[in-house]
Design a protein around this ligand. Structure first.
Ligand SMILES: [Zn+2]
Length: 408
């Protein structure tokens, strides 16, 4: 392999590394390949573990973008804060790999951050999907801890209402769109320059003759992308200073990563909002309905609540029930009936005798637990429920086949 080919390979590998998105459990990634085109709640999953999953954006589209949104990763109730939350997206419940902590409000006044972690006192309490979310939550928990006991419930519900506020989501999307309006096409130009124009120029004229004209055009382009990234990041994430400079230095040293600058700056721009409100704003009606149904069912039937200590369980359950009620109100405001949305739909000719209320899989047996949803008991299929979509097909043994759903 020649030196020029080796250099191109290194540039491609650096670029590909920035096409990977880490999505923590409880978070959703809304992906588009056309800048601001149709968003899907899906992606190409590369690997996953109990903490989350790595997803790949389409590397051939310099306009591909992922918004990563996470509802609150901690549960808040009038009694205190718990480091576990039932979030309804890709939930495994309390896995035991991370201890579940409960902090009464008298201790939570001293809530700080370290990178993406929330600290209460000197101990790590929970991890957020972004630095901005960690800073916002730490400030808010400290503020609620300082409130009179009688005002905390209203404050928590107010925060949830703001996370579901469609007007604020739309404003933030518009702000993000404006902040990256020039940066996004410039990133596409840099992508074409690095991976099309430069290799062709070197191939046609040789490295020695091509390098000077390439630098004359490429350096100003690179500097322009860095300057626009800095301005957009400062506008969208003013409090996240260290991360801004880390990205800037990385992109300065690795020009291929600068081709992803618009995606980097917008990835966590919406993470102060609940994923269902963001999905409503960005996805089409079918994708949103599938996502909302799965989210609501998973929140109504959380996994592993019985593994929590009573004190933690009380906080988590209060938070979960409050979130379910707020989401149902959100849906009704959009003229979507939550019960109709979550209606069981099994093929009319199927012989299913029971179903899982969490994942809506059909079963030939009468009772027991769903193998995909540990701890969730099957419920009998009533005659009236056999009239839905014929999308469900019997599995190998007819035991467990989701009737509807989206890849998280
Ligand atoms: Zn199930």
């Amino acid at each position: 392999m020649s030196d020029e080919q080796t250099l191109l390979l290194v540039l491609v590998l650096l670029y590909l590394s920035d096409c990977l998105v880490w999505v923590r459990r409880g978070a959703a990634a809304l992906v588009t390949h056309t800048g601001w085109g149709r968003f899907r709640i899906a992606g190409i999953e590369i690997l996953s573990n109990h903490r989350g999953r790595a997803m790949a954006l389409n590397p051939l589209s310099p306009l591909s973008t992922a918004f990563v949104c996470q509802g609150s990763p901690v549960s808040l109730s009038p009694d205190g804060a718990c480091s576990h939350a039932a979030q309804g997206i890709d939930d495994l419940g309390p896995t035991g790999s991370e201890p579940v902590s409960v902090a009464p409000w008298k201790d939570a006044a001293d809530t700080r951050t370290q990178s993406n972690d929330l600290l209460i006192g000197a101990e790590r309490f929970a991890r957020c999907s972004s630095r901005g979310l960690a800073l916002s939550l730490a400030r808010r928990i400290s503020e609620i801890a300082g409130l009179p006991e009688t005002e905390r419930e209203e404050a928590i519900q107010g925060d949830l209402a703001r996370a579901l506020d469609s007007g604020r989501v739309a404003e933030r999307i518009e702000e993000t769109r404006n902040a990256t309006r020039v940066l996004r096409p410039l990133c596409a130009v840099l992508f074409l320059f690095l991976f099309l124009v430069s290799p062709v120029a070197v191939w046609q004229h040789g490295f020695a003759r091509a390098i000077v004209p390439l630098l004359v055009f490429g350096l100003p382009l690179h500097v322009a992308v860095l300057a626009l990234f800095y301005r957009a990041h400062l506008r969208l994430h003013p409090a996240v200073r260290e991360e801004r400079w880390q990205h800037l230095v990385t992109m300065l040293l690795c020009p291929p990563m600068a081709a992803r600058a618009a995606d980097i700056v917008s990835r966590h721009a919406l993470d102060l909002f609940h994923p269902i409100a963001v999905a409503r704003a960005l996805c089409d009606a079918d994708d949103f309905a599938a996502f909302a149904k799965q989210l609501l069912l998973h929140l109504r039937y959380p996994l592993g609540a019985e593994r929590l200590e009573p004190e933690a369980r009380a906080v988590v359950e209060w938070s979960r029930e409050t979130t379910v009620a707020a989401i149902e109100t959100f849906l009704r405001d959009k003229e979507i009936d939550p019960e109709a949305l979550c209606e069981l739909r099994l093929p009319p000719d199927a012989a299913y005798r029971a179903y899982c209320p969490r994942c809506h899989s059909g079963f030939l047996r009468d009772d027991g637990e769903c193998p995909d949803c540990p701890g969730v008991r099957l419920e009998p299929v009533e005659e009236g429920t056999r009239t839905g979509s014929a999308a469900a097909q019997g599995g190998e043994n007819g035991s467990c086949t989701p009737t509807q759903g989206v890849a998280p």
